[in-house]
Design a protein around this ligand. Structure first.
Ligand code: RB5
Length: 145
């Protein structure tokens, strides 16, 4: 599995910890930055990570900003991206099962690191259920037209 990850300055420290966590699990990670706590604009990183997912260079994306809200809004503007801001593991589980989310968004300033790791695990270990959810996801795609 290959993951693209990106954050702004507000979630830089959490991003670094998640990168380390994933690499320890032998998951391949492309770190799209940012690479310091210097102030940056989150849409730039939402774009970099989303492009890797849409181009199928990576299986999933993980985006982090202070609240996760800016990254969610930005990533969901990109055709083919279904970004889910998750505050609890069950949100990540259902984002995969029901919404076939392909980008997980975390709130670096609001979520503790251990909880964030559980959320990541739930997201990456859950498959899309298909069935009736297939039709609903297709209807989301139609909204992109
Ligand atoms: C940066 O200060 C902050 O606005 C950003 O990380 C994010 O929370 C935006 O939604």
């Amino acid at each position: 599995m290959k993951i693209a990850i990106g954050s702004d300055h507000a979630a830089f420290e959490m991003k670094e910890k998640i990168v380390e966590y994933l690499r320890k699990k032998n998951i391949e990670v492309i770190d799209c930055g940012t690479h310091s706590i210097e102030s940056v604009d989150y849409p730039d990183y939402a774009k970099k990570v989303s492009k890797k997912v849409v181009d199928k260079e990576c299986d999933f994306g993980i985006l982090l900003c202070g609240t996760g809200i800016g990254m969610s809004i930005a990533a969901n503007k990109i055709r083919g991206i279904r970004a889910a801001l998750c505050m609890f593991p069950d949100m990540a589980l259902y984002a995969r099962k029901h919404n076939n989310a392909n980008v997980l968004v975390l709130a670096g300033r609001l979520t503790g690191i251990e909880l964030a790791k559980w959320i990541v695990d739930a997201f990456l270990s859950t498959d899309f259920e298909g069935g009736r959810h297939e039709r609903r996801v297709r209807k989301i795609e139609e909204l992109e037209e």
